[in-house]
Design a protein around this ligand. Structure first.
Ligand code: G6Q
Length: 546
């Protein structure tokens, strides 16, 4: 259904006129004026604490943003998602990653099918299989225990399980080393195969469609490599698949008993909760995998029921929307102050940019008068501080930050943790406060006055740069599950505000088709097509190098 354009709505226009004032605000002043600002502009749910007080907004901004969310039907769309309505309009699919983490007694149906029963049926198989591999009942073809697991998948079939296995490193089985091969670049496969022994390696071929070019090429290479060391009969002990495509799996030669299914209502980038999470269950054990699902479910329940003003994903989405639309911020930097979350920015990059990197509305109209998804990027603190934080503090662009930290470490080095948290909190303080020219002068007092004046502009920080801080007690399977669900739902709400379909990704298709053509040309199976001058030239150079 065609919605009125975002910018024509009364609540958007109210925000626009409010923004004229807010754009002049200094956060230093906002904190000075309201001693309760931190209490007022922070909220907590499912083990996550969100401080959004270091943003250029106030209670009125939030109220206007909440009005906008209501007027744009964000709550209705949320309910439709949980209900299994086919809100992925270009693919005619329901969007039910939330059903993957719902308890057994929650009845959810899609096209008359009780999907909760299906979900829990597959979970039981994941449990049985992961238990068997972990406790040494599942053996390789020569009778040895599995020591290495190689997940072959790309995009949504790689980023989630890889990020989560790294994040839950503390819970990992000591015998199992996890490897993730995603890139069609043979160096990726070569690096993994050079580290594993075919007698003790389990390959998981993870592909929703089982047609993805990179994954199929990697899967075939792994199979050929394995068959150099073992017979066809041995494949069943070393290859399992996660997919929605049973026929393709049989054709590949994987026993359907070794296939873990999922469904078309699970989007790739939302699939870590499905059988795509099999590497997680193998790595940390089914019990912790279940905790991971339960953590996400707790956040789902909060998202489904809490009023907008107290609803963490709604708030995160609205604050991000404000920064994007009214303060002109074109990118958001994610800074986990936790080494084990080092793949989290990459994970969010796909989640948000593939979901909301769109330029037409759900009804297909071209968006011309507002911006959609900002660029998402980042790296762990404190490393980023010694690299690109310079630009964030003193560059010409204002880049909002999300700081993520745990109050307690999972190691014994307390002094490290204090140093880490001190850096995390100091950075958000510095971004907010900045440093005025007068403060710089005080610092430099005693030096040659001409030299002081020469240095002042270089040493001044504009400040007034927005950030959120998300804290949790520990990084556990449950808090990690909640953290991911928080960002999933933030992405959902922003998609609703921008009126884009967050659940397709047609933008990845064009390059795939062209790559097939060029691959055939490079292999000499096809006559070079007439490309543009640059592409023809590059192909010619590559062919000459063979
Ligand atoms: C995610 C995307 C995309 C997808 C990969 C892998 O939402 O759809 O990243 O996950 O292209 O697809 P397959 O799992 O089908 O191989």
């Amino acid at each position: 259904m065609r919605q009125p354009s975002l910018t024509s709505t009364a609540s958007y226009q109210a925000l626009q006129s409010h923004a004229k004032d807010a754009q002049q605000w200094q956060m230093r002043d906002l904190f000075a004026q309201d001693p309760q600002r931190f209490e007022r502009l922070s909220s907590e749910a499912a083990g996550l604490f969100l401080d959004y007080s270091k943003n250029r907004l106030d209670g009125r901004t939030l109220a206007l943003l909440a009005d906008l969310a209501r007027e744009r039907g964000a709550e209705k769309l949320r309910d439709a998602m949980f209900n299994g309505d086919k809100i992925n309009l270009t693919e005619h699919r329901a969007v039910l990653h939330t059903a993957l983490r719902a308890p057994k007694d929650k009845q959810i149906t899609v096209d008359g099918q009780d999907i909760t029963a299906d979900v829990h049926g597959v979970l039981a198989r994941i449990k049985a299989f992961s238990d068997a591999v972990r406790n040494g009942q599942w053996l390789g073809h020569t009778g040895k225990e599995i020591t290495d697991i190689v997940n072959i998948g790309i995009g949504g079939s790689d980023l989630g399980p890889k990020m989560v296995c790294l994040a839950l490193r503390q819970y990992a089985h000591p015998r199992l080393t996890m490897h993730f091969v995603s890139n069609v670049d043979g160096h990726d496969m070569d690096a993994a195969l050079s580290r594993v022994n075919p007698e003790t390696t389990l390959f998981i071929i993870a592909s929703k469609t089982f047609t993805t070019a990179e994954t199929m090429m990697n899967a075939n290479t792994a199979r050929q490599w394995f068959l150099k060391h073992a017979s066809e009969a041995a494949l069943a002990k070393h290859f399992v698949a996660v997919s929605t495509n049973v026929e393709a799996i049989k054709k590949f030669g994987i026993d359907p008993d070794n296939m873990f299914p999922f469904w078309d209502w699970v989007g790739g980038r939302y699939s870590v909760w499905s059988a795509i999470g099999l590497p997680v269950a193998l790595c940390v054990g089914y019990g912790y995998f279940a905790d991971f699902l339960a953590g996400a479910h707790a956040l789902d329940e909060h998202f489904r029921t809490a009023p907008i003003e107290e609803n963490l994903p709604m708030i995160l989405a609205l604050v991000g929307f404000w920064n994007r639309e009214f303060l002109g911020c074109a990118s958001v930097s994610i800074a986990p102050y936790h080494q084990d979350l080092n793949r989290f920015p990459a994970y969010l990059q796909q989640l948000e940019m593939e979901s909301n990197g769109k330029r037409v509305t759900r009804a297909g109209d071209t968006i011309t008068d507002y911006e959609t998804c900002p660029v998402i990027w980042g790296d762990v603190g404190t490393n980023g501080q010694h690299a690109y934080f310079q630009l964030l503090h003193q560059g010409t662009d204002v880049t909002p930050m999300d700081f993520i930290a745990t109050l307690r470490p999972a190691h014994e080095f307390q002094n490290h943790h204090a140093a880490l948290l001190a850096n995390c909190f100091a950075q958000s303080e510095a971004f907010m406060k900045g440093k005025t020219a007068d403060e710089v002068r005080v610092d430099l007092a005693g030096q040659d006055p001409a030299e002081i004046e020469r240095l002042v502009p270089h040493k001044t920080f504009p400040g007034n740069r927005p950030s959120n801080t998300i804290l949790m007690e520990y990084l556990t399977p449950a808090t990690l599950g909640a953290l991911i669900a928080l960002y999933e739902h933030k992405t959902f709400v922003q998609g609703a505000l921008w009126d884009v379909n967050s659940f397709d990704q047609w933008g990845v298709e064009l390059g795939k088709v062209l790559a097939k053509k060029i691959e055939a040309e490079l292999n000499g199976d096809a006559q070079p097509a007439q490309h543009d001058g640059s592409t023809n030239g590059l192909i010619a150079r590559a062919k000459a190098a063979v």
